[in-house]
Design a protein around this ligand. Structure first.
Ligand code: SAM
Ligand code: SF4
Length: 337
């Protein structure tokens, strides 16, 4: 493959250019959220994971092909040993001409007291923190044993380090449904934007998704009884639709994979920690970048990127009707949420 070919932008067969990589560095986690994984998940053997050097090589190839935003995710990315070293190395590509515009992270925040300062020094400016409830008992139940105080300590550490935080909350029927207005008001008071997410039928978590699923159309109606939501033109190129909550002054994003399909503008792909590239979160297909890199080097890697992007499906077809099987078998923690 010529050097010029390794700089060609990644454009799929529907004309969408891939600008955003979600890079999963582990499928392991220190929590067990009920919508994400089973109580006793089968984690991948560590021997199957891409090394930090390989993760850096693959991420670098994406940047060379026009990816300008990388989100480090997992599992819980901060439980992988030395992940901050990888983040520091990737941070070196921020601000390069045709390099990265943004390097960011999605985390449950439990490890942030240890790492927030180093993340900020590596060039991270904004992170997403997942928090579904402010009730300690509910938090323990939803995360199967987690301590709310650990995540709150992480949020404090992030703010002290100067990291701007956006909270992600998965809306769950009968679980945190009653608490969402308070959670949003609290977050806005702390200076954090919030995004609500519909439960997606990804992976077998041991229960029927129809029981968990709460359409955000219903949540929105409820919020609008008390608040004025003004739609904002802004988009991150992602699935969230943003609103200003006039009464709190904060921003509210709504991610509605079920009630409002967002695939037409999709600019992202996901790499698992074993090097499987998923061009669509909601479909089974993947391309094995680990084998491509190990067997055929950088040229093989770039050829595999071309193949994956050419095969990117047009849309997902999630199904949360009662009794429906998971739309994809791998969990969110394996794919990289
Ligand atoms: N452990 C980190 C965290 O929780 O932020 C990063 C990985 S986690 C898989 C990424 C995001 O996926 C979290 O915001 C989580 O709430 C979301 N998530 C996990 N399973 C989901 C599901 N079935 N439907 C919707 N969102 C899900
Ligand atoms: Fe862990 Fe994040 Fe999944 Fe919760 S959502 S179990 S914190 S990977």
């Amino acid at each position: 493959m010529s050097p010029a070919a390794t700089r060609q932008p990644l454009i799929d067969s529907f004309g969408r250019q891939i600008r955003y990589l979600r890079l999963s560095v582990t499928d392991r986690c220190d929590l067990r959220c009920v919508y994400c994984m089973k109580a006793q998940p089968d984690f991948l053997p560590k021997s199957e994971l891409l090394s930090l050097e390989e993760l850096e090589q693959v991420a670098g190839a994406f940047v060379d092909r026009g990816v300008s935003k990388i989100r480090i995710t997992g599992g819980e990315p901060l439980v992988r040993r030395d992940v901050v070293t990888l983040i520091e190395r990737l941070g070196g590509r921020l601000g390069e001409t045709d390099g990265l515009d943004e390097l960011t992270l999605t985390t449950n925040a439990t490890q942030l007291p240890r790492f927030a300062d180093r993340l900020a020094s590596a060039g991270m400016r904004r992170i997403n923190v997942s928090l579904d409830t402010l009730d300690p008992d509910r938090f323990r139940r939803l995360t199967r044993g987690g301590q709310l105080g650990d995540t709150l300590a992480g949020l404090t550490a992030a703010s002290r380090a100067g990291l701007k935080v956006k909270l992600n909350a998965v809306a769950m029927k009968g679980e945190n449904e009653d608490e969402l207005p308070d959670l949003i008001a609290w977050a806005h008071d702390q200076g954090h934007d919030v995004t609500l997410i519909e439960v997606m039928p990804i992976g077998d978590v041991g229960l029927d998704r129809a029981i968990q699923f709460l359409p955000l159309t219903a949540v929105r109606e409820r919020l609008e009884q008390d608040w004025t939501l003004t739609p904002l033109a802004e988009t991150t190129g992602g699935p969230a639709r943003y609103h200003r909550v006039e009464e709190t002054g904060g921003k509210l994003g709504l991610i509605t994979p079920l009630t409002g399909n967002f695939c037409a503008g999709c600019n992202r792909v996901r790499l698992t920690c074993t090097g499987q590239l998923h061009a669509c979160l909601g479909q089974e297909g993947s391309v094995d970048l680990r084998s491509a890199l190990r067997e055929r080097g950088l040229a093989g890697l770039h050829a595999a990127l071309d193949q994956a992007v050419a095969e990117k499906p047009e849309a997902h077809d999630f199904d949360v009707r009662p009794g429906a099987a998971p739309s994809v078998t791998r969990s969110m923690a394996t794919t990289g949420g």
